[in-house]
Design a protein around this ligand. Structure first.
Ligand code: PMT
Length: 407
């Protein structure tokens, strides 16, 4: 997958810079044309000659080392790169890119680049968790940069913690996978809801459900892998959201409705995997409820707005995918929801079945459209089930495009 690809390898100044040699060597071995840019600090850890020998290309360090009068080096590199990978990416380099600072060869090239940028951070764990670094990484992820998470292990500073540069094999595999994905959803905006909503009763108590967010997050990752620009609107989740995907947090069904509606117009595909409360307390108490209210406490609940149904009613060209979490008559209820909520697809899961539904890492889904079953999937990891679902949705989008072309 890397054969013939032009890859710019940016090496910034951390101890893991020495791994840049292995990354460069593996990329070249896989057939890529590798151009290395080093920061001055990186040259303190590994010599440019090593990288030049491995890449068989000149190594760039100084923006003003313009030895070819025909081109401006940093623009030329940025224009010709199929992908830029920064490994290791220090907190400083990440901070510069996030804030538009261009004061050396690597940062100027990054600012001039329009190709995908992959960032493999490596630093001390406290630096990695510093709010400024977290904020910068989120900014970059929101702009579409992909991150290869650091590993956990012995750090050069003596800590055993998260912050080690991912292994060279892992980085090269991730780049290879990126090039191997058919980008069926390139240029498409996909909105995914995940997790469960929270309906507050008083300042410390709320009604919610068992959704972990795993299914929605897997769907978002599968959409991103197909090249889509993905936004997740997530309620309460116990799973870690996927790095590098825009994330909007909400609590209640009403907030989810607002955030989803605000993005509906510009979305091409909406996948409603969140478990949304059907009812909320009529009254939200300002103070913590006291036991002195008696042995029995009656709560009055009212219906929330059905977000999926609202989207269905306002649907223009979007592909709308709902989920149906059922415990009985799965097909009947799923098809009823497909019809009532004007969905293009409904993904039914029998949440009472072993290995399916809430919380676990697996699911058993059946995908329906108005004609009936599109695909009945066996017990699969949520990632695999999501991949299959997103392929079906992407193919449907392609079909719609082809049909409008033929007309
Ligand atoms: O998060 P996990 O732990 O991985 O679990 C995954 C899951 C079980 C939550 C997921 O696979 C799933 O089934 N999600 C939908 C849960 C749900 O609310 O289903 P429902 O049958 O009650 O609702 C049908 C559809 O209407 C859903 O797309 C839901 O998002 C939507 N809905 C429901 C109520 C409401 N007020 N607004 C909605 O949009």
């Amino acid at each position: 997958m890397l054969r013939g690809k032009t890859i710019v390898l940016g090496i910034s100044g951390g101890i893991a810079a020495y791994k840049g040699a292995a990354i460069c060597s593996k990329l070249v071995g896989a057939g890529a044309n590798v151009h290395v840019i080093m920061t001055t600090s990186a040259t303190k850890f590994i010599t440019p000659l090593t990288l030049q020998t491995l890449s068989k290309n000149e190594v760039h360090i100084d923006t003003f080392d313009e030895n070819n009068p025909q081109v401006v080096n940093h623009i030329n590199l940025a224009d010709h790169a199929d992908l830029i990978v920064i490994a290791p990416a220090t907190a400083n380099t990440i901070g510069k890119l996030a804030n538009g600072i261009a004061d050396d060869m690597l940062s100027t090239t990054l600012l001039a680049a329009t190709c995908p940028i992959v960032i493999a951070p490596a630093m001390n764990v406290h630096m990695y968790e510093h709010p400024a670094v977290v904020h910068n990484m989120k900014l970059l992820a929101d702009r579409g940069a992909m991150f290869i998470d650091p590993g956990t292990g012995q750090l050069a500073c003596g800590y055993v913690a998260k912050g080690r540069l991912a292994e060279p094999e892992e980085i090269v595999d991730a780049l290879s996978r990126w090039f191997s994905k058919p980008q069926l959803l390139q240029g498409q905006s996909v909105l995914v809801t995940a997790g469960g909503t929270i309906e507050r009763l008083d300042p410390v108590r709320y009604l919610t459900n068992d959704s972990s967010g795993k299914m929605g997050f897997a769907v978002a990752e599968a959409a991103r892998a197909l090249g889509a620009d993905v936004t997740i609107v997530a309620g309460r989740t116990s799973a870690e959201p996927p790095p590098g995907i825009r994330l909007v947090r909400v609590e209640s069904a009403a907030q989810m409705l607002e955030e989803v509606l605000a993005r509906y117009e510009q979305s091409n595909i909406v996948i409603k995997s969140a478990a949304v409360a059907d009812y909320r307390p009529v009254q939200r108490f300002g103070q913590k409820l006291k036991k002195s209210r008696g042995d029995v406490l009656h709560l009055e609940l009212e219906r929330t707005t059905d977000i999926l149904q609202t989207l269905g009613e306002q649907k223009k060209t979007q592909i709308l995918v709902g989920f149906a979490a059922e415990t009985e008559d799965v097909e009947k209820y799923a098809l009823d929801k497909l019809e009532r909520k004007h969905c293009d697809f409904i993904v039914a899961n029998d949440v009472s079945a072993e290995g399916a539904g809430f919380n676990g890492d697996t699911n058993i889904i059946t995908i329906y459209n108005k004609q009936g079953i599109v695909e009945r999937l066996p017990l699969l990891g949520k990632a695999q089930a999501a991949e299959r679902l997103m392929n079906i949705v992407a193919n449907r989008l392609q079909q719609i495009k082809d049909d409008s072309h033929d007309r």
